[in-house]
Ligand binder design. Structure first.
Ligand SMILES: [Cu+2]
Length: 209
């Protein structure tokens, strides 16, 4: 696995992968490039987020409406990612713990970009490694594709990676969604836990008023 490529993609939102990846879900006629998707998120050029219907790590259907009333931290990745996913999930969940009781108002979600591999059973084992309240979400390729598109997430199999050691290039933003389900913003890949705490505190205070 090429860590340099994965890290660069995480940071740049997938520019490198634009050359040779293939999509994990049924592509639409004009699938946007990694660079265009990164741009949309970074500069708020297009609406981000929206409703979703997915399957959680216990096999139950979950929609965005189930999480109303909580601040959401949403991360897209895949369980066998050995580089950026563990780091970012660690930071995201550590931030929730550092908030103490206030952290109960924050719901962390992990949405797989490889639903074919990441079944509910696989996700259940994976999310437990990070946080007792982390919810893993998967679904059909179409369901996952719809939510990934809504969040302008880039994810494609790296054509250069070996079949025996596949790599998925993917954007690594931690998305923040308000208690009303509306998208608030993102933390860039590699944001440390303390910085996420700083970003969450005003949102928690605002929501509590
Ligand atoms: Cu990853």
């Amino acid at each position: 696995m090429n860590k340099a490529v994965v890290a660069a993609v995480a940071f740049a939102g997938g520019v490198i992968a634009a050359a040779g990846g293939w999509w994990l879900w049924p592509p639409t006629a004009a699938e946007p490039s990694a660079a265009a998707l990164m741009d949309a998120v970074m500069w708020n050029r297009e609406p981000v987020g929206g409703p979703f219907a997915l399957v959680d790590h216990d096999g139950r259907l979950r929609t965005d409406a189930d999480f109303r009333g909580k601040l959401l931290l949403i991360y897209f990745g895949y369980t066998y990612c050995t580089d950026i996913c563990p780091t970012d999930l660690q930071a995201m969940t550590a931030a929730i713990d550092r908030l103490g009781p206030a952290g109960d108002a924050v719901q962390p979600l992990f949405i797989t970009v490889d639903p074919e591999h990441d079944t509910p059973g696989t996700l259940r084992l994976y999310v437990a490694l990070f946080h007792p309240r982390l919810v893993g979400l998967t679904g059909s390729a179409r369901q996952v594709g719809a939510v990934a598109r809504a969040y302008k997430v880039y994810a494609a199999r790296n054509a250069q990676s070996k079949k025996s050691d596949p790599v998925i290039d993917h954007s690594g933003f931690v998305f923040l969604v308000g208690r009303d389900g509306k998208y608030l913003g993102f933390f860039p890949p590699g944001t440390p836990a303390d910085r996420i705490v700083d970003g969450l505190r005003p949102q928690l205070a605002a929501a509590g008023r």
